[in-house]
Design a protein around this ligand. Structure first.
Ligand code: FES
Length: 695
């Protein structure tokens, strides 16, 4: 440490600091623009000039190191005058309106140069706006040549996609030969945008609110809060067990999710704006398959709290809560009415998507840490559980009842509901279904039913859906695989009645056109006059929704849809100590959403039982990210890995898993396509003047 005096204040500062850093870190604002805390200083803009006793002229404080005993002035009348001149020069070619809320605007206001040259008209450079590149726009008329973007791209990231081109008054930031960003080698890390002080480089999306979350959309869109960016990076580094452990920090079902997650992270992935999103789910499956069990030694069960938790339902919500509550030291018993645990993961998801040995292993891991599983046990009363000595109850019974809908004839016994069909096929290997089958609906259940019945001997499977493929809620890859397997889809068709013809069923339909978007955001189906038609089938399966069937004896308040009413955040309901989560609260949702609910329930129940509610634990220490990315030929054009599937004519003969796992080389390449959005969040924020300089 050494002692210096700035503006009459004696300060103790670190050796090796610059005068600017010493001033800013002690709350003394010195205007600056080309300086950035993460970049090598170049002393180009000259706004940070100061006077130093015994030193001639006006040195730039960003390039001047502190010396013991230094006496510095930062805000004399002469310095203010000089800075106004400097700012006048900077703005002499800049559009009159400075980019709102930019560092440049704030510094200009502080320096007070806005009113410096009344009537002065800047000579604005004739450079057109670039709006057709991915993720950010360029408005180089606003560039003040501070060079921060270039230093970031070259010196810190090691990419060198942009540089200062031309000389003198023509100097501008440019990609080499005016190539597009993709052709220039840009890796779209957007560090250049982050450090631009003038609005010359601007994100296409606004990040004023919830900036951290919006800039890391993969992490933010995961309903369970998995640290996606971290585990993808670890795959790219070849640290596969570490990657798996990062996933395991948040969920006890990494392999199940690797097979069936609906991957909202991929929909949000910024890589999709450049080419195609990272195949995040496939990477999760890749690391889960390589599990050596190393993580087991890192699971530390807290000291017994003496508290007992009953969990009703062994689906993803209930079992996730059980996992975290057991780790928190509570005694956990899971009650399951069926003979096997897993809930809809076992009864609804076909085996060709989720092999049961994967599910069994991950449920086994939960049991192995001391969660008690009571199968074939139907809970009739929550009060009885409290009387048996449980201190808290989580109801996670799912929404396991398929609905048949209200069209005339749907009550015929040859008309089945999709969930029951899947249950029969998944649990007994067969269903009372053959011949030509119609499946009504456009969601994942409809696709699962159609693909499953083709595997159990149906002659044909035709999905009847009232909108188009674009509006189908089912996952795109599932629709594609279904079509390859021979499932037919009749779009823009709405069933209006079913007639029993003895040997067959007549499905009466209306043709549909799409109108304005409805409350779901999808275009509303509008019946077309005179478009009636009918089709004949042997069986009709309704896959149009599910209900929760919450037992009355549980005493819950239910909403109009028959779902349990809870406090959204804590998942507690009107009865003390009783919590509810998963599909019975939200309505039918995905496995990852149910896991997210299980985590929230665990937090609330732990708090209710006197714990801290902190269920976070680290298996892999948070490390400093390497900020150097380097150049990589064709990076921006790299395509998403092709995930191999077994040929359709072969896979449709059995329930063997259709999707092949990624080979190591593909996993490394795919994770290497990541834009590393998390690095941008590590860039320091600059110190801004809080108000106008009052001197
Ligand atoms: Fe120091 Fe620009 S010269 S901030």
């Amino acid at each position: 440490m050494m002692k210096i005096t700035i503006d009459g204040i004696l300060l103790e500062v670190k050796e090796n600091q610059t005068v600017l850093e010493a001033a800013l870190s002690n709350g003394i604002y010195v205007p600056n623009l080309c300086y950035h805390p993460n970049l090598p200083a170049i002393g180009a803009c000259r706004l940070c000039i100061v006077t130093i006793e015994g030193v001639k002229g006006f040195p730039a404080s960003c390039t001047t190191k502190v010396k013991d005993g230094m006496i510095i002035q930062t805000n004399t009348a002469r310095l203010r005058e000089l800075r106004k001149d400097i700012m006048g020069l900077i703005l002499s070619e800049h559009p009159v309106e400075i980019y709102s809320q930019s560092q440049l605007e704030k510094v200009a206001q502080w320096v007070g140069s806005n009113s410096l040259f009344p009537g002065f008209k800047p000579v604005v450079k004739d450079i057109s706006l670039v709006l057709d590149e991915p993720l950010f726009n360029r408005d180089l008329k606003r560039c003040i040549l501070c060079g921060r973007c270039v230093r970031m791209c070259q010196d810190i990231r090691g990419i060198g996609a942009i540089d200062l081109a031309y000389r003198g008054v023509d100097t501008t930031v440019s990609t080499g030969h005016y190539f597009s960003l993709k052709d220039s080698g840009c890796k779209f890390c957007r560090a250049c945008v982050e450090v631009c002080p003038s609005g010359a480089l601007v994100d296409k999306l606004e990040y004023k609110e919830n900036r951290q979350e919006k800039l890391l959309p993969c992490n933010n869109s995961c309903p369970a809060g998995i640290d996606v960016s971290r585990y993808v990076r670890l795959v790219a580094e070849g640290r596969f067990q570490d990657s798996l452990e990062v996933i395991r920090e948040t969920v006890p079902f990494p392999h199940v999710l690797g097979c069936v997650c609906t991957h909202p992270c991929e929909e949000a992935c910024f890589r999709g704006d450049v080419t195609e999103p990272i195949a995040i789910r496939a990477l999760k499956r890749f690391v889960a398959q390589l599990d050596t069990g190393r993580w087991r030694s890192k699971v530390k069960i807290a000291k017994d709290t003496g508290k007992k938790v009953a969990i009703v339902g062994s689906g993803p919500c209930g079992l996730t809560a059980a996992w975290f509550l057991r780790i928190a030291g509570h005694r956990v018993t899971v009650f399951e009415s069926h003979s096997q645990a897993g809930g809809m993961m076992r009864t609804a998801i076909p085996k060709y998507r989720l092999p049961r040995e994967i599910l069994d292993k991950e449920i086994g891991d939960i049991v192995n840490i001391g969660v008690e599983l009571k199968l074939n046990t139907k809970v009739e009363s929550l009060n009885n559980l409290f009387e048996e000595g449980f201190d808290s109850v989580l109801v996670a019974i799912g929404a396991p009842s398929g609905m048949k809908g209200g069209i005339p004839g749907a009550d015929n016994k040859k008309v089945l509901d999709g969930i029951s069909v899947l249950h029969d096929i998944n649990c007994s290997g067969r269903a009372d279904i053959s011949g030509d089958v119609a499946v009504i609906g456009g969601g994942n259940v409809a696709i699962d039913v159609a693909r499953s019945v083709l595997r159990t001997g149906a002659k044909s499977a035709t999905i009847i859906y009232r909108r188009t493929e674009e509006e189908m809620p089912a996952l795109k890859e599932e629709v594609q695989e279904a079509l390859e397997e021979g499932v037919k889809i009749k779009f823009l068709s709405a069933p209006v009645g079913i007639c029993d013809l003895g040997n067959s069923l007549k499905l009466e339909c209306l043709g549909i056109s799409l109108g304005e978007p409805d409350s779901s955001g999808r275009r509303a189906p509008v019946p077309v006059k005179g478009s009636e038609f009918s089709l004949k089938f042997n069986r009709i399966v309704m896959a149009i929704g599910q209900s929760a069937d919450v037992p009355e004896s549980f005493g819950f308040d239910l909403n109009k849809k028959g779902l349990i009413v809870v406090d959204e955040q804590s998942l507690c309901c009107s009865m003390a100590g009783v919590f509810a989560g998963g599909d019975a609260v939200s309505g039918p949702a995905s496995v990852i959403e149910a896991i997210g609910a299980g985590r929230r329930a665990a937090v609330s129940i732990d708090k209710y039982l006197g714990g801290s509610g902190n269920i976070e634990h680290r298996y892999i220490p948070q490390e400093e990210d390497i900020v150097y990315l380097g150049r990589e030929k064709g990076f921006a054009y790299k395509k998403r890995v092709d995930i191999a599937v077994i040929p359709a004519d072969e896979r449709v003969k059995s329930f063997i898993q259709t999707e092949c796992s990624l080979p190591e080389r593909s996993a490394l390449e795919e994770s290497g396509r990541c834009l590393r959005c998390q690095l941008r969040l590590k860039i320091s924020q600059v110190s801004l003047p809080l108000c106008k300089n009052s001197e």
